[in-house]
Design a protein around this ligand. Sequence first.
Ligand SMILES: [Fe+2]
Length: 349
Amino acid sequence: MAEVLGLGVTHFPPLSGTDESMGRILQRVLDDPALPEQYRSPDGWPAAMREEYGSDRGRSAARRHREALISGFHNARRVLDEFKPDLVVIWGDDQYENFREDVIPPFCLLAYERLTAKPWQYHRAPNAWNEPHDKVFEYKGHREAGKYLATKMIESGFDVSYAYEPLHHQLGHAFLNTLLFMDYDRKGFPYPVLPFQVNCYGRRVIAQEAGVRSLSELPAEGDLDPPSPMPWRCFDLGAACARIAAESPYRVALIASSSWSHAFLTRKNWLLYPDVEADRALYDALQKSDYKTWRERPLSAIEDSGQQECLNWVCLMGAMDALGRRPTETAFVETWIFNSSKCFAVYEP
Ligand SMILES: [Fe+2]
């Protein structure tokens, strides 16, 4: 039996930018002509949101948000280093990056030999590290472990896809940002990585290109795609993955990477702020190891709350349930103005 570490983190893209641009998703909504006038100024917002925005248009909140996220990543990295994994499996979404019209796999193991990316190639805005536009990041993959895991998953009845090479994109931001943030201090990331893609965006993966849209550009119901995998299926897949990891020759770190409810997916809040209440309920269930709540949350509720990316965390919840784990550390970084609240969780062996 090998030991398994569980971690939950985020891959929030604006963390790789500057504090000044952290609120860009909210600003886009405020500039949207389709936003009803009463929501365009803080007077029309929930009190907690107004307070966070403050008198400096969220500048000091951005600094605090970054500090909380960096602290979460420092802690996750410390735990990961102490664990010394042979393999890091990351559950993450693909936002119309590697998978497009030609194929959308529900789940896909990216069993690459190596993972290469130039994160700043097409970015005109400065990045948080002041790194040059042509900076290349290279991480070790693990084709053998990918084949091992895909084989065992398929033998267990989970017909996962796998790939040995990228299709349209070197490395989707869910995986790349996780690695960039897990190495926020740029000391290097020496562990082999096995990205495990989950089609979190489902009905909006092609119709909305799994991205930010203004209110008037949201696809009509009839234009949506087939759904993501069901939450219970993600949960059971995570459970199977954990059992396989525990019986494997590898010391495996299982990481779920995503922010929770996204403002830009929460239509009922005019895309202005996320469903904080729904996130708090999930966080409460996480803290209590109430795995049933996670497994049984209907996809319709997840979509209504803009929690599509939480499906990555549902995989982790299934994994930790299968191993009989309770979280050893948790943190909830709540925000109303920076698109999504973030959660950090540690499940030490
Ligand atoms: Fe994402």
